[in-house]
Design a protein around this ligand. Structure first.
Ligand SMILES: Cc1cc2nc3c(=O)[nH]c(=O)nc-3n(C[C@H](O)[C@H](O)[C@H](O)COP(=O)(O)O)c2cc1C
Length: 224
């Protein structure tokens, strides 16, 4: 049992608005008992600073990640790779990653992955994930979308990636920011069959989520 091979999900955080989506995905993967390999692009440090006030530092990533996630639980299951480290484990197809989740994904990351640019470790690992035919989820965050990004998204779909816009649904009864964030994170985990309880699933009854006990009373705390 103790010798089981570590097989992580790679979580690539690029510099789009939406760092709470990444935090929710990482927390839920760890809660599900999954290992995580984390890559934070250079631009993502800016969005993280802007959205949370946290300066993410390579040398102190564990402290900074704990602050970002709001917990130190299960951080031993996280391995961090600097975005400039092309010698990192997941940059090779022989590294035993399960797949990759790019959350959130910039239009730049979408372009780089679609075209195979590998301009940083995040893009390199995404290309490796595709060539190894492993699951790749690209949670794009931009609006509106221009024509070239739309073409890149179609290209990613053709290459087998799941294109999953950071677009919360309201049918699950979410009313707080945290619930809407968790809805998107839950759909990311659904795409790779990782169990979670981040949102209420549709069960075929109109209005059911809004009638769940404790829902819709506006008392819940805002997340992130
Ligand atoms: C505060 C902030 C918010 C941004 N939000 C987005 C966004 O939502 N979507 C996007 O595609 N780019 C966004 N950008 C621009 C990207 O960070 C920029 O294009 C960068 O080159 C992407 O690099 P990366 O893909 O290596 O992370 C944002 C930049 C900043 C500073």
């Amino acid at each position: 049992m103790g010798t089981a091979k570590r097989q992580p999900w790679v979580v690539g955080v690029s510099g789009a608005s939406g760092t709470p989506y990444a935090a929710s995905v990482i927390r839920a993967l760890l809660a599900a008992g999954e290992a995580v390999d984390l890559i934070v692009s250079r631009a993502a440090r800016l969005t993280l600073l802007d959205e949370t006030g946290i300066s993410f530092r390579d040398a102190h990533w564990r402290t900074d990640l704990a602050r970002w996630l709001g917990t130190e639980d299960r951080l031993d299951d996280v391995r961090y790779w600097p975005a400039g480290d092309f010698a990192a484990g997941p940059s090779s197809g022989s590294y035993p990653a399960k797949g990759m989740l790019v959350v959130p994904a910039t239009t730049g990351a979408v372009a780089g992955i679609a075209l195979g640019l590998s301009k940083d470790l995040l893009q390199r690992v995404a290309s490796v994930t595709l060539k190894e035919r492993r699951p790749l989820v690209v949670c794009v965050r931009e609006t509106p979308l221009n024509g070239v990004t739309l073409k890149h998204l179609v290209e990613l779909d053709a290459q087998g990636a799941v294109v999953l816009p950071a677009s919360p649904g309201f049918y699950a009864g979410g009313s707080t920011v945290r619930e809407l964030v968790d809805f998107v994170a839950g759909r990311v985990l659904d795409a790779v069959d990782v169990p979670h309880s981040l949102y209420l699933r549709w069960e075929g009854e109109l209005g059911a989520a809004a009638r769940k006990p404790g829902d819709g009373d506006g008392d819940r705390a805002e997340g992130e």
